[in-house]
Write a new protein. Structure first.
Length: 287
C-alpha cells in the first residue's frame, strides 16, 4: 500500500513546491513588472493587466481548447497529472498569493526573479512527468515527436510570439526586452532543475583490471558497470573497457577506485544530461 501511495505523495509534494514557486514568480514579481512573459500564463498576465481578472482562472479557461487538441497525442495519464498540477497552481495563485504583497520595484529585478522562480517551478513539475498546462501541452507534444530537443529550447521558441505581443500591450519596447531576459533566465533555471534531477556522470575506464575494478565500484559505491573487451590501437594490447553511470557526488569515488585498482588506467568522465533506469530516474511509464 505504501509503495502505491509513494508516487502519488511525491507527485503532490513536487506539485505543491513547484506550484508555489511558479505562482510566487508570476503573481508577486510579474504582476506589476510591466513586461510580457510567454505561454498561456503570459497571455493571462496581459489580460489581467487590463481586466484585473484572476490569473489562475484565466489560465484554466484558456487551457480548455489546448487540452482538446493535444489529448490524443499526450494521453490520459499525462493529461490527468497536468490537470492536477494546474489545479494546484490555480488554487495557490488565486487563493493564497493575493494575501501577500506584490513587488513593485525595479523591473529588471522583477524580471530576473520571475524567471528564476517560474523556471524552477516548471522544472520541478516536469520532473514528475507533469506540466503546468497551456502551452506546456504543446511543448510536451513537440518533445514527444522530437525528443532530442530540450524542454527549454521548445518553450523559448513558443514564448517569443507572446513576448512580442507585450510591446503594444504595455506600450514600450522594454516589455519585449524584459520578456527576453525572462525567457533566458527561466530556460536556464528549468533545464538546470530538470537535468540536475535526472542527470548524472558517466565514467569510461580503460584498464587492465576491469573485473576487479567493477567489483570494487559495486562494493564501495553501490553502482553497477558494463564491462567490454577492448584493444589498444597503438600497442595492440588487450584491455578492459568499463562503462559506469553514477551520481554527481559519486564520480570522485569511482575515479579514485579505478586508479587504485590500476594506476595506469585511463578514466574519462562525461556529463550525462539524463540517466533513466534502475538506481536513477525511473522511466515515465514505470511511475
Amino acid at each position: 500500500m505504501k509503495e502505491r501511495l509513494r508516487p502519488l505523495t511525491e507527485g503532490l509534494a513536487y506539485d505543491l513546491l513547484g506550484g508555489t514557486l511558479y505562482s510566487l514568480g508570476y503573481y508577486t514579481f510579474a504582476t506589476n513588472g510591466g513586461f510580457a512573459t510567454g505561454g498561456v500564463s503570459g497571455l493571462a498576465l496581459m489580460i489581467n493587466y487590463f481586466t484585473h481578472l484572476p490569473m489562475g482562472a484565466l489560465t484554466v479557461a484558456m487551457n480548455l481548447p489546448i487540452v482538446l487538441l493535444t489529448f490524443r497525442s499526450l494521453g490520459k495519464k499525462f493529461l490527468l497529472r497536468s490537470l492536477r498540477s494546474l489545479l494546484i497552481i490555480t488554487l495557490i495563485m488565486d487563493g493564497i498569493m493575493p494575501h501577500f504583497p506584490v513587488y513593485s520595484g525595479d523591473p529588471l529585478l522583477a524580471c530576473l526573479f520571475t524567471g528564476l522562480l517560474v523556471g524552477a517551478g516548471m522544472g520541478l513539475i516536469y520532473t514528475q512527468g507533469s506540466s503546468t498546462g497551456g502551452a506546456d501541452f504543446v511543448v510536451m507534444a513537440v518533445r514527444k515527436a522530437r525528443p532530442y530537443l530540450s524542454l527549454g529550447q521548445i518553450t523559448a521558441v513558443m514564448d517569443a510570439v507572446v513576448i512580442l505581443a507585450g510591446w503594444p500591450v504595455y506600450g514600450s519596447p522594454d516589455a519585449v526586452l524584459y520578456g527576453l531576459v525572462f525567457t533566458f533566465v527561466s530556460t536556464f533555471a528549468m533545464d538546470y532543475v530538470v537535468n540536475g534531477a535526472a542527470g548524472g556522470k558517466m565514467a569510461l575506464v580503460v584498464t587492465r583490471s576491469g573485473a576487479a575494478t567493477a567489483r570494487a565500484i559495486s562494493d564501495e559505491v553501490g553502482r553497477g558497470a558494463t564491462l567490454m573487451p577492448g584493444k589498444g590501437s597503438y600497442t595492440g594490447r588487450d584491455m578492459d573497457v568499463l562503462l559506469c553511470a553514477c551520481g554527481k557526488m559519486e564520480i570522485a569515488r569511482v575515479r579514485r577506485i579505478a586508479h587504485q585498482m590500476d594506476p595506469h588506467a585511463m578514466v574519462m568522465i562525461c556529463d550525462a544530461a539524463e540517466v533513466v533506469g534502475e538506481g536513477f530516474t525511473l522511466p515515465e511509464d514505470a511511475n
